[in-house]
Design a protein around this ligand. Sequence first.
Ligand code: AN0
Ligand code: CP
Length: 317
Amino acid sequence: MRYFTSVDDIGPLDVAVKEALEVKRDRFAYSHLGRNKTLMMIFFNSSLRTRLSTQKAAMNLGMNVIVLDVNNGAWKLETERGVIMDGDCPEHLLEAVPVMGCYCDIIGVRSFARFESKYDDYNEKILNQFIKYSGRPVFSMEAATGHPLQAFADLITIEEHKTKKRPKVVLTWAPHPRALPQAVPNSFAQWMNAAGYDFVITHPEGYELAPEFVGDAKVIYDQDEALRGADFVYAKNWSAFADPNYGQILSKDRAWTITSEKMALTDNAYFMHCLPVRRNMIVSDDVIESDRSLVIPEAANREISAEVVLKRLLESL
Ligand code: AN0
Ligand code: CP
């Protein structure tokens, strides 16, 4: 595996999950693989879990790690080719990216949707420049349209907790005060479809995700109806995808918050969220604190999904 930006890069999911559970049983089994190899993690946006879990995974594999917060200590980067650089960016991505590639063997990039241009976001303009110009294997640590390390960790978590072969998994929109990207729900949908679960998406009208991610999922606008009989409830906010409202907030309706009354509609479902989560906007205190909440096991599995991905990238060097 040379790149990891979507479910298509990882091959058969049953093989990937098996490998993940094997790595989880002995996370130091491949500690020789990364010897004298350097991971560079580039953050254009904040992170707690991704930076810690990916660094831990790299250390499990014996790698050295360099972390750069581009907006905190590096030169501000111009990303548009052809501009006269007389503004506040002293350096261009077109030099910065190949320079970064000189100092490492593998590059991870976090670069959220900027909501300036839907075209640029959905063509992964920043991530693709790393793929094109760094000369190194590149993986997404959440880019504009996807967060595959998160979706892989979520898949591992569901496989560990499911009690039927094909559980009912419900992705539900929930309210949030700021406009968030579609990356997490896009990837979650893509991976749940690929896993072949009974997969339902519910959101207010106007929050339809891009059809290539929705795939064959059932879309139900009535949240209560969608939640009935669910085995897993995955809550997440996202902003509108559809034109002309791309990147905008259309609703902050707290009737969509996941509460114990909502969970009572399910088949004693587990609650999931990628974190960070805003309590009592996305989910009530009692639900996230209940013994059906998987938010911490999901975060723990981020180390495992990252280790499988780094292991496969190292094997390609
Ligand atoms: C980000 C998002 O929704 O994409 C990161 C989630 C992992 N969340 C926030 O910015 C709060
Ligand atoms: N879930 C997740 O990616 O968290 P961070 O934004 O803290 O990395």
